[in-house]
Ligand binder design. Sequence first.
Ligand code: ADP
Length: 397
Amino acid sequence: MEPPPAATASRGAARVTLAGLRKVYDGGQVAVHGVDLDVAPGEFVVLVGPSGCGKSTTLRMIAGLEAASAGRVAIGDVDVTATPPADRDIAMVFQTYALYPHMTVRENLGFALRLRGRPRADVAARVAAAADTLGLTPLLDRRPRALSGGQRQRVAIGRAIVREPRVFLFDEPLSNLDAKLRVQMRREIAALHRRIGATTIYVTHDQVEAMTLGDRIVVMRAGRVEQVATPAALYARPATACVAAFVGSPPMNLLRGTVDHRAGTFVVADADALAVALPPALLASPALTAVAGHELLLGVRPEHVRVAATADPCTTGPCTADAAASTLPMRVDLVEPLGHELLVHARRGAAELTARLAPNASLPGPGGAVRLAFDPAALHVFDAATGAVLARGTVDR
Ligand code: ADP
């Protein structure tokens, strides 16, 4: 007797290549402006970005559900740009599970295989293997209405697995689940990928989902790719202010202002034009010299902001920033004790800063004065007009 086929992509994961992929919908709206992307065999790549940035359109073009207006899609070494979805050797899992309500879990899992005329024994074996992988065996005779949201999503994933595709496409698969179940399913999808090793392209608007699942993340905005990087690189070295603001919770602080090269400071426009010192290495960056006078954004992550002193500098002396120490006098807006850490949100004028502190940090209450200090090695400077990064601190975090 032949052993049952494993619920794995045994035929090998495929490379997926997008070249100049573009979509213009009827009516002339450019949804995707020309995306280039190379997904390695077995890689888990996440497309992430705010709603409407073109993630789903890109995925649907990879699936063949949406025709590309220009550019190419290749799966393996085969150009599939004009290939119908059914012949692309892909399987897609949707946000709405799209299960057949009148079929049992077993029938739902096996449907695509039966449709392709696979032998009954082969279908049964593959369904059994997928059900085992996903913990669905006790539910095989139930109909979808008798399943929880998480179980339905598991069936939807199982339906993709049984086909042993060379590429898995996921379109916001966890959006309909509650927060706790989302975390659990996220773990299951990660474990499944480790086991199966199929090339996976996954769309989400949730940056935490992207960071926890992706080998690499593609951040999209307004139909364009902002950055492609590993989660760690995306966090430490965002290429644009939008990426910096999108990744991380709370996100990177961004202060509007200009560089005063003579004084060696950043003048914070929204904070009464107070100045904070910039480290010499940052100031020496040619990209910063080239934009003298331009409006810039100074970026610093909440964990690189600390409390320097709680005395009110405006009552104890002249109301100045301590430029030498890269500090800003501000007022506490809100303190959020989260147990494992404490978030303090402070402002001065229209400038806002969030600091991530130890849970036992001593702080004044709302309205109190606080002097916030930046780790100079952890500063990023972006061009306010283009959003592009111009310089960042010396420590490669
Ligand atoms: P995302 O998945 O990032 O939310 P989409 O790819 O769904 O973004 O949409 C990108 C842009 O294309 C949006 O502005 C959206 O309104 C538009 N769009 C999506 N589908 C269609 C369609 N079928 N016809 C016209 N415009 C569309």
